[in-house]
Design a protein around this ligand. Structure first.
Ligand code: M6R
Length: 611
């Protein structure tokens, strides 16, 4: 969602801000803006434009038009007030002295706005953010930090703020509560951003701000304060992501690059965790005592991460015989979940910043659960608030549609299921060894799956004109279908649904008519015969069937289905990990053929930081 950047140094700020904002475009936005302190005019210079960042950049000739070496920038994803120049950030106080960029939502903005308007303060936007700028000005008596402190006592909600004041031309104030903000420590310069990828070109030394933190950025360095406004020492963390990891590297789209990176991401994720035929979590363990008392597992996540949880439930229950509930982050806190100190709560998130998932985590913690998170972004909020973390090490994922994060999350959760089964004694040695051997084959077999991408491209060219597509499957294949369907709809805008095949005759089959495209998933060998019956069922009603199955079932499936995508045979636990790849590619090629904006689908954001 919205993105914040800020910099103070000796170089012209505007080009740096615009370049930083371009790194945040993937998060999703509808307008952009920058504010810099113009030292010759002695005032803030603010420029905003609705639409793509390029519009703003063209207006400012790439930033060359703006003098000044200190500034903040923003990409906005509209919540309060439609996308427009006026509603874009930075929002400025009525005197023009204070400029604010903001991610999050100020929940009590209406009440504060009414108060300020009652004081005769004019407003120019519909945003909640303008309230912050006006309120700082209202409390400002010559001491910026004091005014900000007074505002923080009055605003409620989630916010990451970057604040400029014309009277303080040599500093930027940053504040964080429930919305990510990262500080970059350079030589003679300091930076802020809501995402580490915007900092990598300038520095690898970062500070992850915590909730309630406030920081003052100057050319000489960064001073942090805690929520009581007392100076606080913060750890400077070295980020080890390669600068080009967040670049397209010759690929047309980030999504395609990230699909192709999956075997490598899996090797990074798995190889340190499988040593001499054993699963080893160096960074994580659960005591014997805890394991014996563990009575339930909850998996909490949103979107594709939730779909990982759906597969994980089948694996965990089958292997450990412990009941597993999978809950949507957005539902968890409203459903009176049964969690106690013997419940293991597995929180899954690529970004580590999804607000609903974070809220669920906090609720689970309040209820006493033990929180283990599976996260990609190191140092993210979910990672920091968990009792334990397993990082996926997939590297930066830029495309809104997740691919390599999904496969690494799934691999890690499956590995965890196997590890738990071994510890609980619910798996035989032979089955455990077979599972581990399967993991060793996974990256290579994924390479092989990807090498057949031309077949998928051909199927996409056959079917890209369909308006409605159904995914059906049973058990693991049903969970896989949920992800295949989401992938397709989010980037190609084709209406698509996933159903458990057995449910067809309870309603959905009435939608199947001549020419309806059904993607029939049947990778799970034990249920192949059942899957075939469902294929026949929909074919009889006129559907075109694009099937997905394993190499060993290909021939049989080809006798009935209209087209067949295949994956190599692999250990049953890992079928969804391979099976998702053709579905990702299918979604990608279909979206490409329909001319969609693949990396930045409409209305979507990479990291959903509002409820
Ligand atoms: O960062 P998270 O894993 O918490 O994100 C959760 C969802 O927003 C995310 O998986 C979303 O569904 C993706 N766009 C799907 O491709």
């Amino acid at each position: 969602m919205c993105g914040i950047v800020g910099c103070i140094g000796t170089e012209q700020a505007a080009p740096i801000l615009l370049e930083g904002l371009s790194r945040l475009e993937y998060r999703g936005y509808d307008s952009a803006g920058v504010a810099v302190f113009d030292d010759q005019a002695g005032a803030l210079s603010v420029h905003k434009a609705k639409g793509r960042l390029q519009v703003l950049s063209d207006q400012l000739h790439g930033g060359a038009d703006l003098r000044g070496t200190v500034g903040v920038g923003h990409t906005r994803w509209a919540t309060h007030g439609a996308p427009s120049d006026a509603n874009s950030h930075p929002q400025v106080s009525h005197s023009g002295r204070i400029a604010v960029v903001h991610n999050g939502i100020i929940e009590n903005y209406a009440e504060l706005k009414a108060f300020l308007m009652g004081q005769g303060i004019p407003f120019t936007s519909e945003t909640d953010t303008e309230v912050v700028a006006q309120l700082i000005e209202y409390f400002y008596e010559g001491d910026l930090l004091q005014a900000v402190g007074r505002v923080l006592h009055r605003i409620q909600g989630a916010y990451a703020l970057g604040i400029l004041c014309a009277d303080y031309p040599d500093q930027i104030v940053a504040v964080r509560k429930d919305s990510p903000l990262i500080l970059g420590c350079g030589q003679g310069c300091s930076f802020l951003s809501s995402d580490v990828t915007a900092l990598l070109r300038h520095t690898r030394n970062v500070i992850y701000m915590e909730d309630g933190d406030l920081a003052v950025l100057t050319r000489e360095g960064i001073q942090c304060y805690n929520h009581l406004m007392q100076p606080a020492e913060k750890e400077i963390v070295q980020v080890d992501w390669a600068v080009d990891a967040a670049e397209k590297g010759g690929y047309e789209h980030f999504m395609f690059k990230e699909i192709m990176e999956q075997p490598e991401a899996l090797r990074r994720c798995l190889s340190p965790r499988i040593q001499k035929g054993e699963i080893v979590f160096e960074d994580f363990s659960l005591s014997e005592d805890y394991l014996q008392k563990m009575n339930r597992i909850y998996i909490v996540a949103c979107g594709s991460s939730y779909h990982v949880g759906m597969v994980g439930k089948y694996h965990l229950e089958r292997l450990t015989r412990i009941p597993v509930e999978v809950a949507l982050g957005s539902e968890f806190r409203y459903m009176a979940p049964i969690v106690d100190k013997n419940t293991l709560v597995i929180v899954i998130s690529q970004s580590g910043e999804t607000l609903d998932t974070m809220a669920a985590l906090r609720e689970a913690r309040r209820l006493g659960g033990h929180i283990l998170s599976i996260v990609n972004v190191v140092g993210s909020s979910i990672a920091r608030e968990s009792d334990q973390v397993l990082y996926t090490w997939a590297g930066p994922e830029i495309a809104v549609a997740t691919t390599k994060a999904y496969t690494t999350q799934l691999a890690l959760l499956t590995l965890l299921a196997l590890w738990l089964a071994k510890r609980l004694g619910t798996i035989s040695d032979a089955d455990y060894q077979a599972g581990v051997a399967g993991f060793l084959e996974l990256p290579g077999k994924m390479d092989e799956t990807l090498s057949h991408r031309d077949d998928i491209q051909y199927f996409a060219s056959k079917y890209f004109n369909h308006d409605s597509i159904f995914f059906i499957g049973r058990n693991l294949d049903y969970a896989l279908g949920l992800e295949g369907s989401l992938k397709l709809k989010e980037i190609s805008y084709i209406h698509s649904e996933a159903y458990a095949s057995g449910e067809l005759k309870h309603g959905t089959i009435s939608l199947i008519e001549e020419g309806t495209l059904v993607v029939a998933l049947s990778t799970f060998s034990s249920l192949f015969a059942k899957a075939m019956s469902n294929v026949v069922e929909v074919k009889t009603r006129g559907a075109s069937v694009l099937a997905l199955t394993t190499q060993s079932h290909r021939e049989e499936m080809a006798q009935t289905a209209d087209a067949v995508m295949t994956i190599p045979d692999i250990h049953e636990l890992l079928l969804p990990s391979l099976g998702v790849v053709p579905l990702q590619l299918f979604a990608y090629y279909v979206a490409l053929m329909r001319g969609c904006d693949i990396d930045k689908p409409r209305n979507l954001a990479k990291s959903v930081t509002v409820e």
